[in-house]
Design a protein around this ligand. Structure first.
Ligand code: XMP
Length: 513
């Protein structure tokens, strides 16, 4: 088993994966394991430090999550974050109480004068940190000292310096904690004495050897869509297992204009054999009369698997299905390895049927979109492929409000093509994170020439984002929107109104369904 320099125990915070991500950015490899991982399994990884994540529970609740208490006897550095801090406090004999003021949002972190902690190295006194907690430490355990405070948290940071145990009430892993990456890096570098040697190249190597090991002499079916994620997965598999990879592209009838040809050309360029399955009719029949978004997703997910199953039976020895599932897909659908709350069931993750017999290979399951792009560059994928906007597995079906029909698909394809053309012509394609049109199935009255019209509405959605977890609507120049709107209304028969979506995520999501 490989040594893991830092282990993150997951107590169910929505932010746990961000801890890992910040460490990766700092060149430190870590693994997230469930909060109750057995001490023997932890020891086997020979960690140099353990981070206890935040979590939604209270340490004094009856069913509070507790780690194997053996972690406190390993004599290696510990860092507790929020709930993790409260666990450390409780374990060593301090007191945690409900806070009078729940603290959510930005706070100024004030170092305690006498503390010259290495954990704060290269980060300023007064830095902004992100708080999100209902409980607080009320009394420190004996050997601990306060290292930082904030307006509402007298113990914003505490430590038992001799034993290398540190804890923060705030979340250094979230974007709004200005110097959070530095603090996590300091923990790794100065407290755990871990070198920053990890990078996307190491990630690629690790994934390739993991794939080789788990696949053995079996074959893997990889569902590709032409998007960055599945192309990166196919490339990893191609390097790992070569001709034991069977790449399948399903033309589900829910693709954008020209997409099938583009994907086929792209895989040719990558030197990966591709089987295209013509299944448009099958999907559309199953989607007939379906208007509920979740039902659409389930039907599409299930049909994909039926097709993969059928294709797999044509060959021998296919036991695995590889997918480009990302962490963003996972966190909103199901808990990754720990007890985080389900937000909504969606993406590849939520749509797979229970009868599926393939074992899944999802090498990107723990990383974010922008990291996948870096990985793609590392693997030598061409820049234009890396820069492609995300396109969801369920395709155009979740961009048509209501039933998916040939006419709505036409409206969507034609309007989307115009929008993409204008975006590319103006140089904005690479400036926005994702852009697409949505057919609203809302009719309104218009006047074209001297005639009254009563036609459908298209919504233009353009967002800026880093990882798809949060997004803001793009502040586009009005002239570009005007050109897109004018062309869609003039060129797409059946559309007489175009609107622009000014909703951010949260509270909206990027896709409409
Ligand atoms: P939402 O709509 O959840 O989307 O804010 C976040 C990002 O994920 C993409 N998306 C999907 N990708 N399968 C995918 O592979 C799906 O079912 C799916 N649904 C949404 C979406 O386009 C955005 O980039």
């Amino acid at each position: 088993m490989k040594n893991v320099p830092i282990i993150v125990l997951d107590f169910g915070s929505q932010y746990t994966q961000l801890i890992a991500r910040k460490l990766r950015e700092s060149g430190v490899y870590c693994e997230i394991v469930p909060y109750n991982e057995k001490i023997e399994d932890i020891k086997a990884k020979e960690p140099k430090g353990i981070i206890l994540s935040g979590g939604p529970a209270s340490v004094y609740a009856k069913d509070a999550y507790h780690p194997d208490s053996g972690i406190f006897e390993l004599n290696i550095p510990l860092l507790g974050i929020c709930y993790g801090m409260q666990l450390i406090t409780q374990h060593f004999g301090g007191v945690v109480v409900p806070s009078d003021h729940h603290e959510y949002g930005k706070s100024e972190l004030e170092f305690v004068d006498e503390c010259e902690c290495k954990i704060f190295e290269n980060s300023p006194n007064g830095q902004i940190v992100w708080m999100s907690h209902g409980d607080k430490v009320d009394m420190l355990p004996d050997s601990f000292m306060r290292i930082a405070r904030s307006a509402n948290s007298p113990y914003a940071g505490i430590a038992d310096i001799d034993r290398d145990i540190y804890a923060f009430q705030f979340h250094p892993e979230v974007y709004h904690s200005e110097h959070g990456t530095t603090l996590l890096k300091n923990f790794a570098k100065y407290i755990c004495r871990v070198e920053s040697t990890w990078n996307m190249g190491s990630f690629a190597k690790e994934q390739i050897s993991k794939i080789k090991e788990s696949v053995g002499d079996k074959k893997v079916l990889c569902g590709v869509s032409g998007g960055v994620d599945s192309s990166v997965v196919a490339t990893l598999l191609n390097e790992a297992i070569g001709d034991k990879l069977v790449s399948i592209f399903v033309d589900n009838g829910l693709l954008r204009a020209g997409e099938r040809e583009q994907v086929e050309a792209m895989f040719k360029r990558l030197g990966i054999d591709l089987i295209t399955v013509d299944a448009g009719g099958e999907f559309l029949i199953k989607l007939k009369g379906i208007t509920d978004p979740e039902q659409k997703r389930k039907i599409i997910g299930e049909t994909f698997i039926e097709i993969f199953d059928k294709e797999a039976k044509k060959q021998e020895n296919i036991e695995f299905l590889a997918q480009g599932t990302l962490y963003t897909d996972v966190i909103e659908s199901v808990s990754v390895k720990g007890p985080s709350k389900t937000i909504k069931s969606h993406h590849n993750v939520g749509g797979l049927p229970e009868w599926m017999t393939f074992e899944l290979i999802e090498p990107l399951r723990e990383i974010f979109k922008d990291e996948v792009r870096k990985l793609g560059l590392e693997l030598g994928l061409p820049k234009d492929m890396i820069g492609r906007h995300p396109f969801p597995g369920p395709g155009l079906a979740i961009r048509i409000m209501g039933e998916v029909t040939q006419n709505e698909l036409r409206l969507l394809r034609e309007s989307d093509t115009i929008m993409q053309e204008e975006l590319k012509a103006s140089g904005y394609y690479d400036k926005v994170w994702q852009a697409f049109t949505v057919v609203l199935n809302v009719k309104s009255v218009g006047v074209m020439g001297d005639n009254r019209t009563y036609d459908n509405t298209v919504c233009v959605r353009m967002v800026e984002s880093v990882d798809g977890m949060t997004a803001t609507f793009a502040h586009m120049p009005h002239e570009i929107l005007e050109r897109i709107s004018g062309r869609i209304i003039n060129e797409v028969d059946g559309i007489n109104r175009v609107v622009y979506d000014i909703t951010s995520k949260p509270p909206g999501t990027i896709e409409w369904e």
